[in-house]
Design a binder for this molecule. Structure first.
Ligand SMILES: [Zn+2]
Length: 64
């Protein structure tokens, strides 16, 4: 995960990782809504994202 960039959906705040941002947000379906997260912001957002992932695991299986 270290080599990947972190992307945040400007619409709903969903976090994704990768060299490029997802074209479409799987949460709100907005196109090209992802913006790159600065490195100094990554740590706090990552912590929030972990909490969010745990919450989602209860709802549905992770398809990654
Ligand atoms: Zn979104």
């Amino acid at each position: 995960m270290k080599n990947n960039s972190m992307w945040e959906c400007a619409e709903c705040g969903k976090i994704e990782y990768g060299h490029n941002p997802p074209q479409e947000c799987e949460e709100c379906w907005k196109l090209n809504s992802f913006v790159q997260v600065d490195e100094d912001e990554m740590d706090e957002k990552r912590e929030a994202d972990v909490v969010e992932e745990i919450r989602q695991d209860f709802k549905e299986e992770d398809d990654e």
